[in-house]
Design a protein around this ligand. Structure first.
Ligand code: CAA
Length: 263
């Protein structure tokens, strides 16, 4: 891989977009490598992913403007689909993904962060959808996910003005869950990932699926989705151990950390 590094630390996989000379901008190669990296994650041994950018200045400064500058209408649409397909894979990935946003998260950078389950950032992070200033719309899901994340009014304001916002404002509007110093960001992301990884893996996966799938349908259908995924947890090793520990008044006993089980 030229632009992506992948590191496994216990049950946590860390994906780093590594193209710092272009502030980790997303060209086709980066998108293809990210797709391949996700395809290769070992879901038997990985319970949570962290996505970050190389260097201390930028998470992802957007889609690659040089590559986009000469695209035709059809090629532009295909490039949008390429990004959307990878980001959707990230959004629907079976295990949680934490974005550790360590600087600029502009255009495609803000969009990839919004495809993750949880966003935390460093205090130098800058967010925005500056596309209208480049003569295009957000094209990797920004027109859809920003409105769903921060509300329609704020999303429209950010997208129509193309104005960037700093970390504290991103926190205030709910675009990120927490702001850390640069030095503390990765430790905070790893701590969060480790807490998630200690919980029952089938239950965590089913929670992600229930939340994601339920948001696509009305409440009656959403509750049926929840019931099925709730039921799916029963008879698993973790359900028996987790409830057994409680009933034996051994609440301190952690769930046995076992590779992902299908049963
Ligand atoms: N695409 C390609 N190259 C980029 C890039 C991008 N999105 N962002 C930064 N770079 C490159 C610069 O061209 C520069 O390369 P050279 O050293 O070869 O000249 C290098 O990264 C460093 O950038 P700057 O010198 O500009 O650094 P800076 O600190 O002065 O400014 C910045 C940082 C404010 C982030 C500025 O680089 C910038 O505005 N970048 C573009 C941000 C942007 O508009 N993103 C949206 C892209 S469109 C999009 O993403 C569409 C979509 O939805 C799919």
């Amino acid at each position: 891989m030229e632009f992506i590094t992948y590191e496994q630390q216990e049950f946590v996989g860390i994906i780093t977009i590594n193209r710092p000379k272009a502030l980790n901008a997303l060209n086709s190669k980066v998108l293809e490598e990210l797709d391949a990296t996700l395809n290769n994650v070992d879901l038997d041994t990985t319970r949570c992913l962290i996505l970050t950018g190389a260097g201390d200045k930028s998470f992802v400064a957007g889609a690659d403007i040089g590559e986009m500058s000469t695209l035709t209408k059809a090629e532009g649409e295909a490039f949008g689909k390429k990004g959307n397909d990878v980001f959707r894979k990230l959004e629907t990935f079976p295990i949680p993904v934490i974005a550790a946003i360590n600087g600029f998260a502009l255009g495609g950078g803000c969009e990839i962060a919004m495809s993750c389950d949880i966003r935390i950032c460093s205090d130098n992070a800058v967010f925005g959808q500056p596309e209208v200033g480049l003569g295009i719309t957000p094209g990797f899901g920004g027109t859809q996910r920003l409105a769903r994340t921060v509300g329609v009014g704020m999303a429209k304001q950010m997208i129509y003005t193309g104005r960037n916002i700093k970390a504290d404002e991103a926190f205030r509007i709910g675009l990120v869950n927490a702001v850390h110093t640069q030095e503390e960001l990765m430790d905070a992301a790893k701590k969060l990932a480790s807490i998630i990884s200690c919980n029952a893996p089938i239950a965590v996966r089913n929670c992600k699926k229930a939340i994601n799938d339920g948001l696509q349908v009305d409440m009656d259908q959403a509750l049926v989705i929840e019931e099925k995924l709730f039921g799916d947890c029963f008879e698993t090793e973790d359900q028996k151990a987790g409830m057994g520990n409680f009933l034996e008044k051994d609440k301190e006993k952690k769930l046995k950390v076992v590779p992902f089980q299908n049963k």
